[in-house]
Design a protein around this ligand. Sequence first.
Ligand code: P1T
Length: 385
Amino acid sequence: MKFADRGFATRAIHAGQEADPATGATIVPIYQTSTYTQEAPGQHKGYEYSRSGNPTRAALEECVAALEGAEYGLAFASGLAATTAVMSLLSPGDHVVAGDDLYGGSYRLFDKVLKRGNKLDFTYVDTSDPAAVEKALRPETKLLWVETPTNPMLTLSDIRELSGMAHERGAVVAVDNTFASPYFQRPLSLGADVVVHSTTKYMGGHSDVVGGAVATSHEGMHEAIKFYQNAAGAVPGAFDAWIVLRGLKTLAVRMRQHEENALAVAEFLQGHPQVATVNYPGLPAHPQHELAKRQMTGFSGMVSFTLEGGAEAAYAAVQKTEVFSFAESLGGVESLITHPATMTHAAIPREEREERGVTDGLLRLSVGIEDKEDLVADLDRAISS
Ligand code: P1T
């Protein structure tokens, strides 16, 4: 793969994005076509139908692979479509061990769709505790699903240790790398088998597209997921693939700024008298701060916190911010404030949710790349009573 041995920012701008062979266009064109004219039966230029393959999507897939240090990449219509594609590797009766703090939509897909329809068996454990994972692994466990850092509690799991443990038992390891982005964390280099992204988030980076991606270096796994991609058909259109590819070009500079701003925000919250708890892996007080320094090259841009005033204070705060928009999603250049209990994690029953810390008082921040002084001032105004 060309550019595979170059630096991250160079790969982001160039991998899969050579000048268009037909026209010389420097930027990958949006191949807005469903079909391709063939010369004779079986004779074509590598593309037949855009569900099976599209040159704009192929460029994105190669770039995602290059960023994750993978042999292969595949793009999907959403992060959950990418997750479903990885789960298609499993058969009825297979057991999955998954983290107990996941994006609410991933939990809903596992619990309400794949458990019933595909007859998969799930055990949810705190994957930050290797002993709990060890206990949950069974002879019929085929997959360990790890989200790290988690959404929304920002808990980290040790990918290297868990991968060793799962592989010993014959299970494969999938990591949802959405929160870190490949700029800060490369799970395959730590022993994981497959990486999943909601490209809606940091990879797209501008809150203007929904997409997903999968990366792996296992040829067999790639072929099976690619087969599913074409057979089930949840592919991104050419324009959406292009928008994500354009976002990727600035991933490195954006992530550095997200991190700088998130650290400023987390430190501000930590020192504020109205703030009860702050979750950010970059704070030395974070329980897995040492693991974060070892496993990630930065702490990314997500922060969650609770206020002394509980749910009432949280409800008031989300209505007072001006720079932070009160909205779901994350990873865009603009700052967002989210109330996980009623938004991103509403699909999880209250009791289970609260056990994991997702109480009505929890707020989540996707810290954007605006001026950090404005972000801190906005939060200060919203939480100070
Ligand atoms: O929304 P979609 O592109 O399908 O991605 C799903 C998804 C997968 N994994 C993680 C870690 C995620 O955070 C998400 C989506 N999350 C939100 C929309 C959110 O606000 O948390």
